[in-house]
Ligand binder design. Structure first.
Ligand code: ZN
Length: 132
């Protein structure tokens, strides 16, 4: 439906929240820890879309691994979908590799599913659907 948010991996979320508040001239409206993903998140409104900052909470977190390999920067792009299960089925049938077989709980009241970046030109894609 639209780009719901861009996820940006950062080393120090408190410093980055200050930086993005200055950059975007808007306050961070929500911070949330997603323990199952090993991340702390912080969200900003930017028009129709959002910016999600992600900091690892431990060394085995996917964000810690990403930063170790590539450094800070854009981590994923999230597309909003109306029916995540139908979209997962559609993409799996086309040969895309889903990183989770059933939708899981993400930050910001969303059900989410990630697609393996090897099938999407190196871009980690997140599908997200607002929870009812
Ligand atoms: Zn995200």
């Amino acid at each position: 439906m639209k780009i719901e948010h861009l996820g940006i991996a950062v080393k120090d979320i408190n410093a980055s929240v200050q930086l993005f508040e200055q950059l975007l001239n808007t306050p961070c409206y929500k911070t949330e820890e997603v323990a199952t993903e090993g991340v702390k998140t912080a969200f900003f409104h930017t028009g129709e879309s959002k910016i999600e900052l992600l900091e690892a909470t431990h060394d085995a977190s996917p964000i810690a691994k990403f930063i170790a390999k590539k450094g800070e920067g854009i981590h994923h792009i999230a597309f909003e979908v109306e029916n995540i299960e139908a979209e997962m089925k559609r993409l799996a049938a086309l040969g895309f590799e889903l990183l989770n077989a059933i939708p899981k709980n993400g930050a910001d009241n969303k059900l989410v599913c990630f697609l393996h970046p090897k099938g999407t030109n190196g871009v980690l894609v997140e599908l997200c659907q607002e929870k009812p």
